[in-house]
Design a protein around this ligand. Sequence first.
Ligand code: COA
Length: 297
Amino acid sequence: MNTTDAWIRERTGIVKRHIAADDETTLDLAEAAARQALDAAGLQSNDIDLIVVATTTPDCVFPSVACLLQQRLGVTNSSPAFDVQAVCAGFAYALSVADNFIRAGSSTTALVIGAETFSRILNWEDRNTCVLFGDGAGAVILEASNEPGVLSTHLHADGRYAELLHVPNGVSRGYDVVQQQEAFVQMRGNEVFRMAVRKLQEVVVETLAVNNLDKSEIDWLVPHQANIRIIAATAKKLDMGMEKVVVTVHDHGNTSAASIPLALDTAVRDGRIKRGEKLLLEGFGGGFTWGSALIQY
Ligand code: COA
């Protein structure tokens, strides 16, 4: 392919990424992340009474990855399980849905996962897309509590931009077997880049305003990991030094819905993020979809 390691590092910040093994699926990655989250929270499978999986690369048309995962984990309490599809904003969407279930009193302990095998929807001959994405999964558990946790979530979409970033066919339209690229990600990178920067800046300003917070009160920015230059632009808007931004794009590439929980997990486990700190999570993806969550960890 007509590309270089230097170009990829300089234009995206990506140094390495992970590709699922041939016999591994999104469900396998989701299960590994879920088990780590259960261990970290000290919970048993049947303590979970809601599973929301953010994914754009499910194992099957149906059942959802969430239902398959419920069976894998041995959750037998008949609690709801479903997938949310908002591409790279998927984790923000799933977190918001679970938070609202808990706020409404419908759930007490929610397992929220972002899991993707984006490598399966890449055209490996398209240098505009195939160098960017990787596979992965990350999970969090939310529990009902009187202590502050998810302070607010903010979701947006604008379907007018659908064609700038899409897999143009699917189940209902069918796949064009002659034009195989129709089953893969297509992107107008430059336009997506500009829109991502603008919408992420808007949503962080919105999040601060709704919570009556000053920029300086955010301890950590945990952004979707698409491109280091998009991340840096959002940090600049917040007047935040890069030392306060969790960056994993060099290790994972863009793992779509998995990228925020993977970044969060990295910074919690290495001790950077501490209990009580305020985290601003944000993501942007195809649709377009975008969103944020302000969290007191
Ligand atoms: N290797 C080498 N050259 C490449 C390349 C690659 N993998 N991909 C594109 N190029 C070339 C282009 O063809 C173009 O060449 P030209 O000037 O001869 O036409 C040149 O690099 C510049 O392309 P451009 O698209 O302007 O580069 P860019 O600085 O915008 O970087 C992206 C490209 C894709 C890295 C960047 O636009 C981006 O990150 N966009 C957002 C992608 C994204 O985040 N998507 C998911 C949202 S969740």
